[in-house]
Design a protein around this ligand. Sequence first.
Ligand code: COA
Length: 158
Amino acid sequence: MPDMLVPLLKLPPLEPLLQELRVLDVVIRRAHPFEITPIREFILAEFGQGWADEIMPCYNHQPITLYIALKSRRLVGFGAYEATRRNFFGPTGVAKTERGQGIGKVLLIACLQGMVDMGYAYGVIGGAGPVVFYEKAVGATVIPDSVPGIYTDMIRRD
Ligand SMILES: CC(C)(COP(=O)(O)OP(=O)(O)OC[C@H]1O[C@@H](n2cnc3c(N)ncnc32)[C@H](O)[C@@H]1OP(=O)(O)O)[C@@H](O)C(=O)NCCC(=O)NCCS
């Protein structure tokens, strides 16, 4: 899976996107430190231990570099930045039953806006799975010769 580059200076405004989701009873906001356990449980159940661990550095930053999506106040998604590397977006995920409603895109843009606020002009999607999603949502482009990226020499547990 390649890394991708995102031009951060051309992001769409976040606030109207947040309001559109609010109409559907979906709230996207930063995670609070007192929510570590339910967020971890959600990610473990939906996406596994690797991502549940990978977001932990987000809580070391102030503001916390993790956004969550709530539908009717239940967790349905998350997006992280500044987790595994500086200037990297990811991991991110939306519960299977809630995909295709624009939640993943708004989580992504909220995180990327967080990176803009830190002073970055470009961002990196580390080991992008659904390349088309990132191309469509924020005009990201594949970084040539970016495989293998940072996810190499992984621990084998079988
Ligand atoms: C990728 C993911 C976060 C997208 O979340 P989502 O809420 O379903 O995405 P959205 O509804 O915001 O989709 C935005 C656009 O991207 C497209 N899109 C979404 N997922 C896509 C995918 N996997 N492949 C191609 N296009 C995709 C949508 O069709 C939509 O297009 P449109 O604007 O023309 O309607 C979600 O599919 C997911 O959790 N996948 C599993 C985990 C994963 O792969 N995470 C990324 C790791 S790098």
